[in-house]
Ligand binder design. Structure first.
Ligand SMILES: *[C@@H]1O[C@H](CO)[C@@H](O)[C@H](O)[C@H]1NC(C)=O
Ligand SMILES: *[C@@H]1O[C@H](CO)[C@@H](O)[C@H](O)[C@H]1NC(C)=O
Ligand SMILES: *[C@@H]1O[C@H](CO)[C@@H](O)[C@H](O)[C@H]1NC(C)=O
Length: 376
């Protein structure tokens, strides 16, 4: 099983609460706890912690899954509706609230969110891809620590598809939860711009272009082709990358000019270090006893002014000699990824007018494409 084919393809729909009868149109129940907001408290901002799951992850020797499971929810609990989401950050945890990470043999392979009631700016027949993240657990803060009035508009009735891919590196079965802290402001407060997401990828806007990278390549630069061209004007306020172990740098260009450099950091805390047992545990990590994983990657803020016709392209550098690639459970290196989420802040009135005119996207077409992507 190729892991990028597994991403969003091998699904357990709304399985988090097996057996529960969820009325049509209602989000999957999840625990919602209010916590202290961080930014724009004077404007009545709110922050909640939502607990998704629990998810049962079979062992790494489970033949059906290899310890890798992708959970899908077609109507995930959101913190609010008719509101602006100003930021969110995700963490994979054990049921006791302790972080579930590489040192404990649990791996947040991917989390992703899509708005089923909108179409995507990069691949126009798909639902809108809001954000993707991996074990690095990057924060998404559209307010740039309270310095920018911007948020993602969630309409009443919008249904959000959530994927949670978890990989179990150990021989023991464990249960985990995904905890997302969301910050938001009710309604559409004056002076706030609307953030629209764009998924820029070396595999192209619809993830169907070849990168030319072979599975045996060790040190290489992956370059996207034509890139994405904006129809809109706005401020490119935030850029959040997602890459895999082995990455050393990623760059984004606007009309050929460098506008963002992302640099990953490895093993900033011991949580991000895999300890390989002396006797091994069913898969081959090579000679190294400790594997250092990506623990964060830098983002770019206030990167550029965007006008209709602005074209973005992406390049990403990998060095699998310097950094061990994450193995799948057949001991093969995991396929590389190089994604950059561009968050464009658009004037509120025109952005909402465009959003209201959007039709639902084709989730099946997206899943079919991802399923057909094997390797690089
Ligand atoms: C959003 O999309 C879902 C799934 O396609 C649909 O059931 C729902 O009616 C849509 N909501 C609105 C407000 O159109
Ligand atoms: C992880 O894999 C091991 C080994 O197969 C298995 O025993 C264990 O139950 C799995 N852990 C989780 C969380 O499923
Ligand atoms: C990728 O998919 C899009 C949308 O279906 C299509 O327009 C485009 O021609 C495809 N590109 C390749 C290289 O197959």
């Amino acid at each position: 099983m190729k892991l990028d084919a597994a991403f969003l393809a091998f699904g357990v729909i709304r399985s988090a609460l097996a057996g529960a009868v969820i009325p049509r149109g209602e989000p999957t129940p999840a625990k919602v706890e209010p916590i202290e907001p961080k930014y724009f408290r004077d404007l009545g901002s709110k922050r909640v912690k939502i607990t998704y799951g629990p998810y049962d992850i079979p062992g790494s020797e489970d033949a059906a899954t290899d310890g890798m499971v992708s959970f899908h929810d077609t109507n995930a609990m959101m913190p609010c509706h008719d509101c602006l989401i100003t930021g969110f950050v995700s963490d994979l945890q054990f049921l006791d609230g302790k972080s579930a990470n590489a040192n404990k043999n649990m791996w947040l392979h991917h989390t992703g969110l899509m708005n089923l009631n909108r179409t995507d700016l990069a691949c126009e027949h798909w639902p809108e891809r809001i954000g993707v993240n991996g074990n690095e657990r990057s924060p998404f803060d559209f307010t740039l620590k309270g310095t920018r009035k911007a948020g993602y508009y969630l309409r009443k009735g919008d249904e959000i598809f959530q994927t949670v891919d978890v990989m179990n590196l150990s021989h023991q079965q464990q249960q985990v939860i995904l905890v997302i802290e969301w910050e938001f402001i009710e309604g559409t407060p004056a002076g706030f711009d609307i953030v629209v997401p764009v998924w820029l990828d070396i595999k192209g806007n619809c993830l169907n272009e070849t990168t030319g990278i072979k599975p045996t390549d060790q040190v290489f630069t992956a370059k996207g082709g034509a890139g994405w061209t904006s129809k809109y004007s706005g401020d490119l306020i935030l850029m959040v990358p997602h890459i895999h172990d082995g990455n050393t740098k990623q760059e984004v260009y606007l009309d050929g000019q460098l506008v963002c450099t992302n640099v990953p950091r490895y093993a900033e805390t011991s949580d991000f270090i895999t300890h390989v047992d002396e006797d091994g545990h069913g898969h081959d990590h090579g000679a190294s006893e400790h594997i250092y994983h990506v623990s964060s990657i830098t983002q770019c803020a206030n990167a550029a002014k965007v006008v209709p016709g602005s074209r973005f392209t992406i390049s990403s550098w990998y060095d699998l000699v310097q950094h061990v690639a994450m193995p799948d459970h057949h001991g093969k290196p995991e396929p590389i990824m190089a994604i950059e989420f561009l968050y464009l802040a658009r004037p509120q009135e025109e952005a909402i007018k465009d959003i209201l005119a959007m039709k639902p996207g084709d989730l099946q077409a997206f899943q079919d494409q991802v399923r057909s992507n094997t390797g690089q």
